[in-house]
Write a protein of this length. Sequence first.
Lengths: 188, 188
Amino acid sequence: MSPTTNAESLRADSARVRARMLAAARDRMAAGGLDLSMNAVAKAAGVGVGTVYRHFPTRQALLESLAAQSLETLVATAVAAAREPDVGTGLAALLRAGLRIQLSDPALAEVLAAVNAVCAETLDLSRDLAAAIATLLDRARTEGAIRPDLTADDLRRLLCGLQHAVRIGATDDDADRYLDILLAGLRP
Amino acid sequence: MSPTTNAESLRADSARVRARMLAAARDRMAAGGLDLSMNAVAKAAGVGVGTVYRHFPTRQALLESLAAQSLETLVATAVAAAREPDVGTGLAALLRAGLRIQLSDPALAEVLAAVNAVCAETLDLSRDLAAAIATLLDRARTEGAIRPDLTADDLRRLLCGLQHAVRIGATDDDADRYLDILLAGLRP
DNA sequence: TCCTTAGCGGATTAATTATCCGTTTCTGCG
DNA sequence: CGCAGAAACGGATAATTAATCCGCTAAGGA
């Protein structure tokens, strides 16, 4: 079994413990940022360190599992945005959601920025996200709403950059303005 | 003496060793990213670990000392940009230089993004940079070249964001396009 | 109920970070 | 020039953190 596999077909106790660990990790992360120690997670979840390492062989694997849920939400948002009748509205909604969700889940910000994923599920979701963004961008391009040279990867990177800019001590109002600036810059 | 003080009024050997350590740290960083271990720096510089810790009590202090030189360059560029006859040209030059220098020196990227500096010199340079940017933005604003609500801090953050976007696997061409997008977005 | 085996837990080992103090090296002064 | 005092070096060592390994527990099918 892949250590980062999703909850299906796990032994009952294993699934329980896995959930406890993810909850504990989320909690730790909310408290102290990205640099959670495996030991701390284990203690918070009331399990042994070995158990944490078995489920998540590496820190990156743990982060990806944490980010998976947020990533699903983001993919859903992107798909919805791609279907939005008004392309401009859809694009704005996607950027806004992408920013907000990254800010609320540092693990997702990390995973979105990472060049290559560790676990297969993340890879799939990333592909889905890229596809949805590409669809939206295609529509926007044919309508002349954006620069023609903009790719889905560009948008992903710019979104990560935007997140970084906001994380560096910006207020919510600042974030809105930066979003506005990016949207304006994307036009042809 | 402040451990991060600049080379003046140090004992001759001390200055020598300090320079060796900074060079070693730069080298290590070029090789393996931001997460250089003090031990590795010490070994590379041919000094004891204690010496490294005496000069740079914390990793952040070492990073700031590394970044200081790049930061000086950036300040000089910003001052020159603020004097540029054509405001648009000056702004473009500043952003381009700010991006390039951050990419070439990860320590600077870290320091620029940091909310509060550890050593006084960095603080001074940061202030100078902010002042130069503010001057440039004031001029641009009165000429109507940029959105009126843009502050020097905004520009700093956006520049850090841009750096992040590029670092995430973008090519040089991508970087130019992102720069273009940001510049376009800054207009009123 | 029993047997097999996946999975748990934490003691143990490895790696890293940070401190402390005996020794060396510099520099001002006689 | 050579000595005294101070400043700085260096690495052994303590403290913290990461990662592994294996004996034991308990889940779930026969």
